[in-house]
Design a protein around this ligand. Structure first.
Ligand code: ATP
Length: 331
């Protein structure tokens, strides 16, 4: 296959087998400590790893970091503070042996594509966070990398800046013909920019699928929350449902629906026009439920309040918890 085939292990941190085709963007999501950064660092050669990472047949893990031709962007963009934006972007091509004039031409072209054509002379300290991150992404792309690794590239930016850059980044990634791994905490990045999503949990691959598959049939609580769903396990089946179909009452629900839980309100917060409750169910999962502000007042829904939750069978989606159609499965 042309692209990246990974089967690697960083002992105690992450173990993952997956593929990314050329031109494809694979988002990597998962809770804190899931192993996302370890995976990126292992591919970049920043931490030692066992196994293989075949890129068009070459094993990256067998190469020293400097020979892997990887474009790297981190949340904290590491621009050279004493160099201009232009010199920062030109640095990669220069390091690969391109002459100064040509490297600067390539760099100017990349800055132009990121709308920074006029700011090439500025140093990183004279750029806004969003501009500096554009320079960092331009610098990674200007090296014409075999593989692009983006670790939380939009985290820490102002919401509006991140929104604009997300759209730009999506456009540049669509034009990039190598494989891309995009580590992100934000469902919107995974759902809008990525072709496929890999979910890490506890250092293992918990799910791989298209954004639609992963958001409609989440296999981990973390992903369910990221996309705003509840997910509960019933033996070998997972049951997913949105917070707006959860009915909240003070007395046990009538008709004894199969999906019902007794619990205690843990948190109350505004959510659009609704009031969102986080409920710790007794001996069960945490669930979210949306109610109208009127109902919240009427039922006295404040933290500590004992409540019943229920969902109609017709409002939930059921699916197998252990499909066997993708790589490594977490226990
Ligand atoms: N330098 C290190 N040495 C040893 N263990 C580490 C090191 N860095 C991270 N770990 C451990 O490896 C596991 C994976 O961490 P990693 O930082 O890769 O997760 P992550 O998914 O990127 O988390 P976050 O979203 O918080 O950045 C965690 O158990 C973490 O404690």
């Amino acid at each position: 296959m042309s692209g990246l085939q990974v089967d690697l292990r960083v002992p105690g941190r992450v173990e993952a087998a997956f593929e990314v085709a050329r031109g494809e963007v694979l988002a990597v999501i998962g809770p804190n400590g899931a192993g996302k950064s370890s995976l990126v660092q292992a591919l970049a050669g920043l931490v030692p790893a066992e196994g293989t990472a075949l890129l068009d047949g070459r094993d990256l893990l067998a190469l020293p970091a400097k020979d892997r031709h990887v474009g790297l962007v981190f949340q904290q963009q590491l621009l050279f503070p004493h160099l201009s934006a232009l010199a920062n972007v030109a640095f990669g091509p220069r390091a690969r042996g391109t002459g100064r004039a040509e490297a600067e031409r390539v760099a100017a072209d990349w800055l132009e594509r990121f709308g920074l054509g006029d700011l090439g002379h500025r140093r990183p300290g004279q750029l806004s966070g969003g501009q500096a991150q554009r320079v960092a992404i331009a610098r990674a792309l200007a090296t014409d990398p075999w593989l692009l690794l983006l670790d939380e590239p939009l985290t820490g930016l102002d919401v509006k800046v991140a929104m604009a850059l997300r759209i730009e980044l999506g456009r540049h990634l669509a034009a990039y013909d190598g494989a891309t791994l995009l580590v992100t905490h934000h469902a919107i990045d995974a759902l809008t920019i990525a072709d496929r999503v890999l979910v890490l949990d506890g250092g293992q691959v918990a799910q791989v699928g298209t954004p639609a598959e992963v958001s409609q049939r989440p296999r981990t609580e973390h992903v369910a929350r990221l996309v705003g769903l509840n997910v509960v396990r019933e033996a070998e089946t997972l049951v997913a449902f949105p917070p707006e179909v959860v009915a909240v009452s003070l007395a046990p629900p009538e008709g004894s629906p199969r999906l019902r839980w007794e619990g205690q309100v843990a948190d109350v917060s505004p959510h659009g026009d609704a009031v969102r409750l986080l409920v710790h169910t007794t001996g069960g999962p945490d669930l979210i439920a949306d109610v109208t502000p009127g109902a919240a007042t009427e039922l006295g829904l404040a933290p500590g309040r004992a409540v019943w939750l229920s969902a109609k069978e017709t409002a939930v989606r059921r699916y197998e918890s252990h499909p066997d159609d993708w790589g490594t499965v977490s226990p």
